[in-house]
Design a binder for this molecule. Structure first.
Ligand code: MBD
Ligand code: FE
Length: 277
């Protein structure tokens, strides 16, 4: 393969496009020059035709609203996690719960619950899900007053706001941890998300011989004063796609055990009235 961006006249052309200056203030220009230069190289190496060029451009123009799904599907978001992990290791920052991608379906401003509560509006008759946890710092010390911002899909794999049939903030809440750093919630077991059939991202992945599905999962932002934000998810154990996620978000340590109960008495005991029994 020949790299054309290394030839002096192409280098000069890229310099013009990005108005390259020296020094830190030119960071944006340098990043743009790098990306455009790599695109030039790709067009050159594969002898991309005008037809292919316009097909790609029209595809991108039409699929712009799906860019978040695209970033997840090509593994860009996961790559950022791997990058940040290695920066943290290099900086000697201690490990905690692994980070994993945010995805494009977060909505800010969910109602704030103290200690715990219910996430769903009760209209989706899914399997009842109860989760409890404790926010700890990297020394293992509980963090009181941390905020766990949690969001997940319904039994059809759809998220409120993106699915207009759901009530506002359905399956989205912020939960402030109690004095022991604990939180809990009741909701329903989510199903995995699938990229809308026939959407731009769906057709793109199909062309690559891939699917656009995720295993069932629950998203979290964890924030606390004096701490960095943790962005993470858990996957639901036993989902057949748990290690076949189109967004590459499954990580060791993020598949907690799920205990299923059929005895109503046990379920009642695990429920809303006795969150830490
Ligand atoms: C999702 O629910 C999601 O979490 C990601 C990363 C991409 C698409 C849908
Ligand atoms: Fe999601």
């Amino acid at each position: 393969m020949t790299k054309i961006s290394k030839t002096p006249d192409i280098e000069a052309f890229i310099g013009k496009i990005a108005n390259l200056k020296s020094g830190d203030d030119a960071r944006l220009n340098k990043i743009v020059a790098k990306i455009i230069g790599d695109l030039f190289d790709t067009i050159h190496e594969f002898e991309v035709t005008e037809d292919e060029f316009w097909q790609a451009l029209n595809y991108m123009a039409a699929s712009a609203p799906e860019f978040g799904l695209w970033a997840a599907g090509v593994g860009l978001e996961h790559f950022l996690d791997v990058e940040m992990d290695s920066r943290d290791r290099a900086a000697g920052i201690p490990e905690g719960t692994p980070r994993t991608i945010e995805g494009p379906l977060y909505v800010a401003g969910a109602p704030l619950l103290e200690g715990g509560g219910r996430l769903d509006d009760g209209t989706d008759k899914g399997e009842v899900l109860i989760m409890r946890g404790q926010v700890r710092d990297t020394d293992g010390k509980p963090v009181a007053g941390a905020v766990v911002d949690v969001w997940h899909a319904n039994t059809l794999g759809n998220y409120s706001y993106f699915d207009k049939t759901q009530s506002d903030y359905n399956m989205r809440r912020r939960i402030r941890t109690d004095a022991d750093g604990r939180y809990w919630f009741q909701s329903i077991m989510p199903s995995g998300y699938g990229c809308p059939e026939g959407s731009g991202i769906d057709r793109f992945l199909a062309a690559l011989g891939r699917h656009g599905k995720r295993p069932a999962h629950i998203h979290f932002f964890v924030t606390a004063h004096g701490h960095r934000q943790l962005t993470t998810q858990i996957n639901i154990e036993g989902d057949p796609l748990v290690h076949d996620d189109f967004a590459f978000a499954t990580r060791d340590g993020l598949i907690p055990p799920v205990t299923r109960h059929s005895d109503p008495e046990t379920i009642h005991k695990a429920g809303l009235n006795e969150p830490f029994a």
